[in-house]
Design a protein around this ligand. Structure first.
Ligand code: FAD
Length: 307
């Protein structure tokens, strides 16, 4: 059953059972906070002392909990928990041709180093996306993997936004006050399209990233050589938002995947990803070298895939 509870000081807590009711509540209370695992909002309230008045817990909304394997990829409801996603991805990689699941494998690897089991059991995909933390471990991967976000507004209209264009600033996303994230679509990778995850933290287990990344390259065989037809290189931990290395992408397209492209791309990356000396988070030299060394690793890994 849907629940509606009131607390001290006018606090309201709703647990709707349909997306229609979620949207009605959102229209009535534009500042209402959607909740799934509460692993971000709980921290904001307890540690940062931020107050919210109205909560909409969307854990029981079927439309937000869908997990569909489709012809062209996977549709993941915004309230799907990370453990559920991980389980589905593990199943999918055993059932689909290997070339289709390069991004799935990257997500599986990244989720291994994402928080602990307890957090992953309750934390949602949409909660991670919409928080837009600059060190989200998944957002650079959604961006690199050509994921699309489906967004619904209070009138029930649905639009689609590319993950690459969704993050606008520090914890700021392309969502209007009357919109919520409905689902995330992860397309299959194509033949000779490779996606890889990266994360460097102080500890391997249950730690936040210093720098992380998602990288993708799509290659075409031309004679004896492999030429880049498309690429995306996205980083976390280098700016107030998850960031695409646009100049590096442009540099890579049309180039042969060899030592020269490696040298060239590292040079472009140095000017593409700039971390100011006084950037929050410190460790500027270390972070700069991580951005380069991730690409170096990616270059070698891709070479290994096409050998
Ligand atoms: P909630 O706290 O429930 O919600 C987060 C935000 O998203 C809220 O503002 C909410 O209103 C909004 N929201 C939720 N659903 C929607 C929707 N459908 N439409 C619009 N807005 C929506 N993050 C990492 O990236 N990597 C880590 O390794 C990591 N480790 C962590 C370890 C710990 C101990 C903790 C406490 C957190 C960690 N996190 C990590 C951050 C956090 O767990 C994730 O971001 C998680 O995915 C958030 O999901 P949630 O369901 O708990 O979000």
């Amino acid at each position: 059953t849907p629940l509606s509870l009131s607390g001290l000081g006018g606090l309201k807590w709703y647990r709707p059972l349909t997306v229609k009711y979620v949207l009605e509540l959102k229209e009535k209370y534009p500042n209402a906070k959607l909740l799934v695992g509460n692993t971000e909002v709980g921290v904001e309230m307890r540690l940062k002392r931020i107050q919210y008045q109205v909560f909409i817990s969307v854990t029981h909304v079927p439309e937000l909990n869908m997990l569909n394997v489709k012809e062209d990829g996977i549709e993941i409801g915004a309230a799907v928990r990370l453990t559920e996603l991980l389980n589905l991805l593990r199943e999918v990689v055993t059932q689909h041709p290997a070339h289709e699941t390069s991004a799935c494998k990257a997500f599986i690897e990244q989720l291994k180093w994402f928080a602990g089991t307890q957090i992953k059991n309750v934390a949602s995909v949409g909660g991670n996306v919409c928080t837009a933390s600059p060190i989200s471990d998944l957002n650079p991967l959604w961006m690199a993997a050509r994921a699309k976000f489906r967004i619904i507004n209070c009138k029930g209209n649905i639009r689609t936004a590319l993950a690459e264009k969704f993050f606008l600033g520090y914890r700021k996303v392309d969502l209007a006050g009357d919109e919520i994230l409905l689902s995330v679509f992860l397309p299959w990778t194509r033949c000779f399209e490779y996606v890889k995850e990266f994360k460097q933290a102080h500890r391997r287990d249950d730690d936040i990233a210093i720098v992380n990344a998602g990288m993708r390259v799509c290659l075409e065989e031309k004679g004896e050589e492999w030429v880049v037809s498309d690429a995306s290189i996205a980083y976390g931990g280098v700016a107030p938002l998850s960031l695409c290395a646009i100049k590096t992408k442009e540099f890579l397209i049309g180039k042969k995947w060899n030592q020269d492209v490696l040298r060239g791309a590292l040079n472009v990356l140095r000017t593409d990803i700039l971390i100011k000396e006084d950037a929050p988070g410190g460790m500027v030299e270390f972070r700069k070298s991580l951005t380069l060394s991730f690409f170096f690793k990616f270059f070698l890994w891709v070479l290994h895939q096409i050998e």
